[in-house]
Design a protein around this ligand. Sequence first.
Ligand SMILES: [Fe+2]
Length: 205
Amino acid sequence: MTSRAWADGPWPLIETPSKTQDVSKHAAIYIANEMACTHNCMIRGLNSIYLQAEQVQKPADIEDFLGFIKFWANWVSDHHILEEEEMFPGFEKAIGIASFLGNNVEQHHAFQSQLQNLLTYGASTKPGSYDASTLRGIVENLAPSFHQHLSNEIDSLLSMQPYNGEALLKVYKQCVASATKQDKALVAEYQEPSVWVSPLAGKPL
Ligand SMILES: [Fe+2]
């Protein structure tokens, strides 16, 4: 009997702050909790790429799978751009300390080339030249530093608790509104990216 693989591995999900803390106590906990959920979606996406890399065989399926990879890498890039250009500067203004979240930006830049490699692979590979071991190698290069960053960022957001929660929440809500205005063309093009994640991601957090 084959055991089913879930998309909560090989890279583990992040524990959501709500598991041990009251998110209504301070906006920083609420924001960190929301971010942890988003980061876990990213981890599940990356896990599903890694787990399914060797299972996809038909050219039409490979083409769709490459589209999913492109979607995932673009989504992560957009997330980091929004954080760097709007969210982190907004939080730092509310806190009153420049570069309070600077470590997180440095981490983004540290794995940017590996993320770009994955995006390029999804965007420029033809189904006939698709190679699962090449793809898995790209993911293996990206995953350790990427996963570490996703976890560290939650701690950084939790460290905002001594500061003005109302101002922080206002910035966060503005950023959520900005995110909903991002270009959805790529998502629409592939209709339902979750089709690649959900068969392996059915377990609750
Ligand atoms: Fe983030």
